[in-house]
Design a protein around this ligand. Structure first.
Ligand SMILES: NC(=O)c1ccc[n+]([C@@H]2O[C@H](COP(=O)([O-])OP(=O)(O)OC[C@H]3O[C@@H](n4cnc5c(N)ncnc54)[C@H](O)[C@@H]3O)[C@@H](O)[C@H]2O)c1
Length: 446
């Protein structure tokens, strides 16, 4: 198998291709390119993976199931994961991808066309922007970033450098959620007034507390922390469990919330931030488990003609309609209830006509959407169309999720000031918009 070098289409890109790595700006940033590569039918797309343990690798596997896709490089800061994934991919494609411990080196590899970003949330923004500037196409895991300011920068970078970006909100691909949303948009449940969303998951309380330990051999923990504050090593804040700590993630609301809130917004093609956000809850339970993010939470988003309500109770596994997570789209004539496996209708009763307001229908089942979402990304690299979950969608729903967390962290009703791009005079909330990066990492300027 050979990884062919693409033709760059414009002068900037040609100059870039000829630039030696030593001439790159401090921090490694390219001056930037807006090149759009042309792929002939049947030509291979070479992908690189940054963050290889769990979701990133699953995405890569889905990419490698498609025709004419190869993996040219894998980057991880944990040797045991990196070695395992190099081995896994070598078996899948019969050729070892290059192993990297620094994502910038992987992105600097000019034979790599596209990158999958599967790092924890606090590590989405920097590789994303570097990849934009290097002219790579990007499959970026959700939530788009761990802060509002990072999300804004990433949108700017993607559009400035003309990149094809798919955000990993895979429910936007496949027939299951689309079928339900089309059903709602066609008026089948009557006027949609409210979307109730819930996500009760065991993992949301984190792991049982354990003492700090030495950093495991082969782990570059300082790079894992990256732009986040310096901290001792504790496995309850590391692989997977980082989600429950503010410096790295936003708990269930950003983890599952972005997937589910996204469906609520899609039902009315909402493009704007809510008029206001209020939240209640706190850390009420499981004190023996390590988490900072809220174990119990209710958030209400006011929109012009409907409301969206989010609820979670971490540590539980059951919820409304017998589902641990899901959405109920509440219309005047019926409620449509959905999770990733099925959706069903609960028609309202008409007292005068003595029958339901809409006919009953059988439960609808799903075939999943992860692979379709990746397929759509790879297709869009060739057509250069926006994929099913463009970056603006990723930003919007990440903003909704962050706003819910910020409302509860500051115990305030939030109203976004679009002119000032902040929460107006709410200084406590404004202080949570932009993270303070730990040197030498810097939030890029676009
Ligand atoms: N779309 C979905 O359904 C879905 C599902 C699960 C996770 N996710 C998202 O995927 C992302 C990763 O989640 P996960 O569960 O795989 O996390 P994880 O902790 O299991 O894996 C993250 C990997 O990134 C590596 N890493 C961390 N910093 C790095 C750096 N600077 N450079 C290179 N590698 C680095 C870690 O060593 C680890 O191998 C998150 O943003 C998460 O929200 C999405």
């Amino acid at each position: 198998m050979s990884f062919t070098r693409r033709e760059f289409l414009n002068d900037t890109a040609m100059a870039l291709a000829a630039t030696s790595l030593s001439t790159l700006a401090p921090g490694g940033l390219f001056a930037g390119t807006t090149n759009k590569r042309k792929f002939s039918a049947g030509e291979k797309i070479v992908v690189g993976l940054i963050g290889a343990k769990n979701m990133g690798y699953y995405n890569l596997e889905n990419a490698l199931k498609q025709p004419n896709v190869a993996c040219g490089g894998i980057c991880d800061i944990d040797d045991s994961i990196l070695n395992k994934r190099i081995d896994d991919v070598s078996k899948l494609q019969g050729k070892a991808p290059t192993a990297y411990k620094d994502y910038r080196k992987l992105i600097d590899n000019k034979d790599i066309d596209a990158v999958i970003i599967g790092t924890p949330d606090h590590w989405h923004c920097l590789p994303f922007i570097y990849a934009c500037q290097a002219g790579k196409e990007i499959y970026a895991e959700k939530p788009l970033a761990n802060s509002i300011a990072e999300c804004d920068l990433m949108v700017k970078a993607a559009r400035k450098y003309n990149r094809v970006v798919q955000v990993g909100q895979q429910q936007r691909s496949g027939d299951h959620f689309k079928g339900a949303i089309d059903f709602i948009k066609a008026g089948n449940i009557g006027q949609l007034r409210k979307v109730n969303i819930w996500g009760n998951f065991n993992y949301g309380i984190g792991q049982l507390k354990v003492p700090d330990e030495p950093v495991p051999a082969g782990v570059d923990f300082d790079t894992w922390l990256g732009p986040a504050p310096k901290r001792s090593f504790n496995k309850t804040r590391f692989h997977g469990s980082w989600r429950m700590f503010w410096d790295y993630g936003g708990g269930l609301l950003t983890d599952w919330g972005v997937h589910l809130l996204d469906m609520g917004l899609w039902a009315k093609d909402v493009k704007d931030l809510p008029l206001s956000v209020t939240a209640t809850g706190g850390n009420f339970s499981f004190p023996d488990h390590a988490h900072e993010t809220f174990d119990t939470m209710d958030v209400s988003y006011q929109l012009p003609d409907f409301t969206i309500n989010w609820q979670h109770a971490a540590g539980l596994q059951s919820g409304p309609y017998g589902r641990s997570y899901g959405l109920a789209f509440v219309g005047n004539n019926a409620s449509l209830v959905i999770d990733r496996d099925t959706w069903e209708l609960f028609p309202e009763w008409d007292n005068e006509l003595k029958k339901t307001k809409v006919p009953a229908m059988p439960k609808q089942t799903s075939k999943g959407s992860h692979e379709t979402h990746m397929q759509n990304f790879l297709d869009c690299i060739k057509t250069r169309k926006d994929p099913n979950c463009p970056i603006e969608n990723g930003r919007l729903v990440a903003m909704y999720a962050h706003m819910g967390n910020i409302a509860l962290r500051t115990k305030s009703r939030l109203v976004w000031d679009a002119q000032r791009n902040n929460f107006g005079s709410n200084a406590a909330a404004n202080a949570l918009i932009t993270p303070t990066y730990r040197q030498p990492w810097e939030l890029p300027k676009i």
